[in-house]
Design a protein around this ligand. Structure first.
Ligand code: CTP
Length: 411
């Protein structure tokens, strides 16, 4: 394994499906985010994308068999030295070989020798994904600690569509890096949220002024996406209510797209019925115009500007905490605070926690900079029971896992 200062070593396995071309984008994203990537394609993958493409993009020689550079024992060394093995796409055939421990090429040998986290991103036709043999192979792999991502739903090779599409490369890379980061801080990712239904809201709502204009905010949705991804990796059923987020849907989540605070309130309240936890990571607009113009508001000839009259939106989080559909439902809020004269960030956050009536409040101190759209976060998770869990500066994925740890502790 790599020393902490060196670039983490990632093995990108590519098996033989048409989605192999999307692995070029996975490789590019891994390399550009500072990873030392070795591509190990199968012979079938090389029918779709040739070795020169992998070699050029990774800056390393590429081989699919165990007979190249035998003196360096690559069939053992590549797996042993890896910090993360990611296979994208993983075909039904690759899943079967991995589940049964077959080792007839470099990639399957690497899967047997790797002791680091292993993430497989399947892609195949729906019939193959649903076949009893594949279901059993996926269950076997998951029971051994291999992370098998859910395929996306959408257009497949040819005219048909359904479940089995390779997830978006950005989402695959985010999930794989999340698994590695979590394993470094808390040990292997386990399916400890299995059987739980969680609801996450993300993004920023928009309040229409007229058919072309709105009042909005800068929330990117990244923290909500990280929460959904972490919960999915840990086996939960996830409903993600997304307000104006332009990120690809996390595969496996049920995603409900909304625009305004009223729509967000309706969708979250609906999804929360019977759910085990609700996490409000969205930034709902606090105010909306009293009236929405049916036609575009025009400039006046005399140079005057229109006066907007606003009214307050309902507080969704407070409503969820007040009217829980289950006594043991855990309700979580987020708060970005700057502090104010005479009142620290934590004092303001404690008051907000009590006012909202939720169980946990994730507090970001944003006085020194901004969090919207940033890749990392520093926070403290306050509990209504008086607990306080500091989360050091780190990725939104790392914070997401701590939030689920705190939720899990309350169940
Ligand atoms: N929230 C909500 N409904 C609203 C506004 C906020 O559910 N209409 C939720 C957010 O999703 C977040 C939490 O409340 O989880 C705190 O958001 P924040 O904007 O800090 O709270 P406000 O009540 O708007 O407080 P402030 O007056 O400090 O802005």
């Amino acid at each position: 394994m790599t020393s902490p200062s060196a670039a983490p070593k990632v093995v990108l396995g590519v098996s033989g499906g048409i989605a192999a071309y999307k692995a070029c984008e996975v490789l590019r994203r891994l390399a550009e985010s500072g990873h030392d990537v070795t591509v190990v394609p199968t012979a079938a993958a090389l029918e779709f994308v040739g070795a020169p493409t992998w070699a050029a993009l990774s800056g390393k020689p590429v081989s699919a068999d165990v007979w190249t550079d035998v003196a360096e024992v690559p069939h053992v060394r590549i797996g042993q030295e890896a910090d993360l093995v990611l296979v994208a796409p993983a075909t039904a055939d690759l899943l079967a070989k991995a589940a049964h421990g077959l080792a007839d090429d470099l990639l399957t040998n690497t899967l047997l020798t790797a002791r680091c986290p292993v993430v497989l991103a399947p892609a195949m036709h729906t019939e193959m994904w649903e076949h009893a043999a594949t279901r059993a192979n996926v269950a076997t792999l998951r029971s051994r600690g291999v992370v098998v991502l859910e395929p996306a739903v959408g257009r497949l090779t040819g005219a048909d569509s359904g479940k089995g599409r390779l997830p978006d490369p950005a989402e695959i890379v985010a999930a794989a890096l999340d698994v590695r980061e979590r394993s470094l801080s808390a040990g292997p990712v386990t399916a400890d949220l299995t059987g739980r239904h969680v609801v996450v809201s993300a993004g920023g709502t928009r309040e229409a002024l007229d058919p072309v204009r709105f009042l909005g905010n800068r929330s990117s949705g990244l923290q909500g996406w990280a929460l959904a991804r972490a919960a999915l990796l840990r086996g939960a059923e996830v409903t993600l209510v997304a307000a104006n987020v332009s990120l690809p849907d996390p595969p496996g989540a049920q995603v409900v797209h909304v625009a305004s605070t009223a729509e967000l309130a309706e969708a979250v309240t609906d999804a929360a019925k019977g759910a085990d936890a609700v996490v409000m990571a969205a930034a709902p607009a606090d105010f909306r115009p009293v009236a929405v113009s049916d036609s575009k508001i025009k400039k006046a000839d005399d140079g005057s500007a229109p006066t907007l009259t606003l009214t307050q939106n309902a507080d969704i989080l407070a409503g969820l905490a007040r009217e829980r559909s289950r006594d043991d439902q855990v309700v979580v809020g987020f708060a970005a605070e700057t502090g104010e004269p005479g009142r620290s960030v934590l004092e303001l956050a404690q008051a907000k926690l009590a006012r909202k009536g939720c169980d946990l409040l994730v507090v970001n101190d944003v006085s020194g900079g901004q969090v919207f759209g940033a890749d990392d976060n520093e926070a403290v998770v306050l509990g209504a029971d008086g607990s306080s869990t500091p989360v050091p500066r780190g990725s939104k994925g790392a914070l997401a896992h701590v939030v689920w740890d705190c939720v899990l502790a309350r169940w």
